[in-house]
Design a protein. Structure first.
Ligand code: GUN
Ligand code: ZN
Length: 433
């Protein structure tokens, strides 16, 4: 049993989608706020003035000056084995996979390598204030064991899965339809629902799975309650043409997954930059989600995600870094780039919507908004402390700010790992700068 503890700072959290309820009703903000936590859960949130008098004198109060507490960030798409190739020069998706990604992922047949990388990866996530992520492993089942072992030690809410790919990849990196199914099942039995961990059935993308493999993936997805499905879709134009050649009998990219029972609640599709109208509608109707990965889409020259179009069809959209095609672990930097992606299409990403995407919207995409993504009483105490004094420029800029909106916007444009002063998972400090 952990003791009750309180954290005093400015506190901000989203409680609804500003696109639905309007900005004013979408958040709570306490300039001199207090967050009270016990046993890994939020007990109370409000102004220090209202909550301090009723706090029993033995409760420790940690006071952060010039800081903002927000929920931990949610990353709806990232690859833990790709830390070593972040920032690799000169190619678009299919070349990038062959040149950099597959050789890098090949190294994960060595379990010791997987453990070392999992540790580096999780440390980096927490340094950036991300407390929940939907994570690709490699084709090797030991990659997922390594990841979950480290996540479990830190009591993090994480979702991950072994990559399924049985074709169109180097020999050293393929499974078979049967072995992929069996290995995934073994991992599900070992990890799914253990503590705060969940499993995602993870076909890499349509080109690298046979129909037999996708069929078995669909079967597996239905076999255990609460499983996720995690894959890529419509990221790059050459990729989309390739899918048409490989699956001529299907009515487009999404239909490949749909045909095999891989869409629905807790299905998350990374990218979706070039989705058609009927595909957006189908994603919306089925409760599927898209992970918007702006730093990756710009880095690989994939295209610009049309957020307004997806949302007009009711598609759940979360924010993903997509490291190692993405260029930063920081969801603040994802928001910086998301703002520009939308600018280029005449759309606006206001800071309330932006922070919603990085927290509660991501949680909603993962059907976890009853547990994480906001700091309402009863939610898991995953939160970050953002430092208004992180750098001379940020400090100076924030001193000019006349509103919460202006402060949040400056933070998302200028901020990165340097503003994350401390990260808490289920009430425990897991990173301090
Ligand atoms: N499509 C298939 N595999 C990958 C990957 O590893 N990264 C990205 N960005 N897209 C993919
Ligand atoms: Zn990806």
């Amino acid at each position: 049993m952990s003791q009750r503890k309180a954290y005093r700072a400015s506190v901000f959290h989203c409680i609804a989608d500003p696109g639905v309820v309007g900005a004013e009703r979408s958040y709570e903000y306490f300039e001199d706020g207090l967050l009270v936590v016990e046993d890994g859960t939020v007990v109370e949130i409000g102004t220090a003035e209202s909550l301090l008098p009723s706090l029993s004198p033995e409760v420790e109060v940690v006071h952060y000056e010039d800081a903002l507490i927000t929920p931990g960030f949610v990353d709806t798409h990232i690859h833990y084995p790709q830390v070593g190739i972040i920032g690799s020069y000169g190619s678009q998706l299919l070349d990038w996979l062959e040149t950099y990604t597959f050789p890098c992922e090949g190294q994960f047949d060595d379990s010791r390598h997987a453990h070392a990388q999992a540790e580096i990866f999780l440390r980096e996530l927490l340094r950036n204030g991300t407390t929940t992520a939907l994570v690709f492993g490699t084709v090797h089942k030991q990659s997922v064991d390594a990841f979950f072992e480290h996540a479990s030690r830190l009591n993090l809410r994480m979702i991950a899965g072994k990559v399924l790919m049985d074709r169109c990849a180097p020999d050293y990196l393929v499974d078979t339809a049967e072995s992929g199914y069996a290995d995934s099942k073994e991992l599900i039995e070992r990890w799914h629902g253990k503590g705060r961990l969940s499993y995602a059935v993870t076909p890499r993308f349509a080109p690298t799975s046979s129909d037999e493999q996708l069929e078995l993936a669909g079967k597996l997805f239905k076999e255990f309650p609460g499983l996720y499905m995690h894959t890529h879709i419509s990221e790059n134009r050459q990729e989309i043409e390739w899918v048409k050649e490989l699956f001529p009998e299907r009515d487009g990219y999404l239909d490949v997954y749909d045909h095999h029972g891989l869409i629905g609640e807790r299905s998350v599709f990374a990218h979706g930059v070039h989705l058609h109208d009927d595909e957006c509608r189908r994603l919306g109707d089925t409760g599927s989600a898209v992970a918007f990965c702006p730093t990756s889409n710009l880095f690989l020259g994939s295209g610009l995600l049309d957020l307004a179009h997806l949302e007009s069809h009711g598609v759940r959209v979360g924010l993903g870094t997509d490291v190692g095609a993405g260029t930063s672990f920081s969801q603040l930097q994802s928001l910086n780039e998301a703002y520009k992606v939308l600018q280029l299409q005449g759309q606006k990403l206001d800071p309330f919507k932006a922070f919603y995407l990085a927290t509660l919207g991501g949680a909603r995409s993962l059907y976890l908004d009853d547990r994480i993504g906001s700091l309402q009483a009863g939610k898991e105490a995953d939160f970050v402390v953002l430092d208004y004094e992180a750098t001379p420029l940020i400090s100076y800029r924030l001193k000019q700010s006349k509103s919460l909106e202006e402060t949040l916007f400056a933070l998302m444009i200028l901020g990165d790992d340097r503003v994350v002063k401390e990260t808490f998972s289920a009430g425990m400090s897991v990173h301090r700068r």
